[in-house]
Design a protein around this ligand. Sequence first.
Ligand code: DX5
Ligand code: ZN
Length: 225
Amino acid sequence: MKKHLVAPSLLAANFSRLEDDIKVVNESNADWFHVDIMDGHFVPNISFGPMIVEAIKRKAERPLDVHLMISQPERYIERFRDAGADVITVHYEACPHLHRTIQQIKETGAKAGVALNPHTPVHLLKDIIEDLDLVLIMSVNPGFGGQKFIYNSLLKIREVKDMLVSRNAKALIEVDGGVGLQNAQKILEAGVDVLVAGSSVFKSDNPSQAIQQLKDIGHEVGKMV
Ligand code: DX5
Ligand code: ZN
């Protein structure tokens, strides 16, 4: 089994001491920081903008995986790239000219991702899949951390996997929402490459251990030879 990536979501961090939580990730085996941008329009919640992303970038020692839950994301792509985003993901539902928006992200030098809300079918990506670096399957309705994983997402992950294989396309599959130790194995078996985890990391008693446990899934531990 190919080793998966773990991207702790800073949405669940303690914002009054963000640096401490960033440090936990820096000192762990986590692969990326997942950074959620919400505008109060595309989703019913507001998080933060490029100025905070810039501040995170100064402390973060891993790539920033920036998830734009905003309307008209094409207006802000360069801003978030300048702020330090390494991966920029836009929502299918927010992009009437998705092909153009993907090219715009790539022109900045960032990796380009597309996120699908729980009700958006995977087949809609058919004509763009080869252009993508990442497909994000939302396993909750975007806007809030701490929600329950929607199990239909497993079917969608398999569908993306099949599409990638049949097209010989290379995008990574990321899952976001309600991910934790209780379901991570099943999610990885469905074909996911990147696990985003907010509450299950930062609301746990031991965030470093939670990250390590998510990293260890799928590993054969204690094997002698
Ligand atoms: C939800 C965000 C997620 C969120 C996940 O809209 O996109 O990244 O932080 O949080 P948990 O892991 O708590 O469901
Ligand atoms: Zn997210």
